[in-house]
Ligand binder design. Sequence first.
Ligand code: PDD
Length: 281
Amino acid sequence: MHAPTVYLNGEFLPREDAKLGADERGVHFADGVYEVVRYFSGKAFTMNEHLDRLRRSLDGIDLPYDAPEIAAVSDELVRRNGLTDARVYWQVTRGVAPRDHVIADDLQPTVYLSAEEARPLAADEPLPTITAITTLDDRWHNCWIKSLMLLPNTLAKTRAAKAGAGEALFVRDGRITEGASTNCFAVFDGELYTHPADRFILEGITRNVVIALADELDIAVHEQAFTAADLPGADEIFVTGTGTLLASITAADGKLVANGRAGAVTQRLWAAFVALINNTC
Ligand code: PDD
């Protein structure tokens, strides 16, 4: 297999030829933001929502770049790599400059995109199930920015993996904020609860799609946090994200959620989500 094609600063090139500057601020300071976009059957799912969030994140770190080419480059990258089902990674960093905490105002942003193959989604795809651990949310107070500063997330996810779990749920002041790379929902008495889209979570695009689907299915949604102490009493828990799509959490910290099987509300939302993807892509 030949090397995958990536995009770096205006050029499509083999991954092995794509080189970042040693003094890239993205490396020194995690000074940048990113998106991950899922393609199904050759078509991007929720492209505009990802573009909007990228621009909000760029604004959030005062990076004056409007990402004019990103959507077209993203589509082209999927095509050049011969993919139909893919995850495309978009990264915009501040650029190369001698290491200095103070941000100079004449920097050229570094724009990097890569694409990797993803498994196609069957019309009758079964709902994925995983287990979770809870862990201290020791991140900054601007989690709404999709920042490259993912060290707490990678450490949490690794703790989960070492415990044999698929996701780590962050706990801040007792409340579940979100997963290390997902948003988290719980069902109590047939109604859906999830942390409000404030500065303590990333406003997930999959999260918003699921909330809209719940509305259509007449499932009440409360953008209201629940606590780690509430987890054992939840009827259902699930997480959402571009990589994960939607996964039922069948146990948290080694304790089964309800009977340890995916619940009815999660199953209904999953069926509606798969149908939406198949209808729009
Ligand atoms: N992660 N919360 C966090 C902390 C995330 O990193 C992500 C996504 C989400 C879900 O957002 P969305 O539904 O828009 O993908 C929530 C991506 C996929 C990643 O880091 O790979």
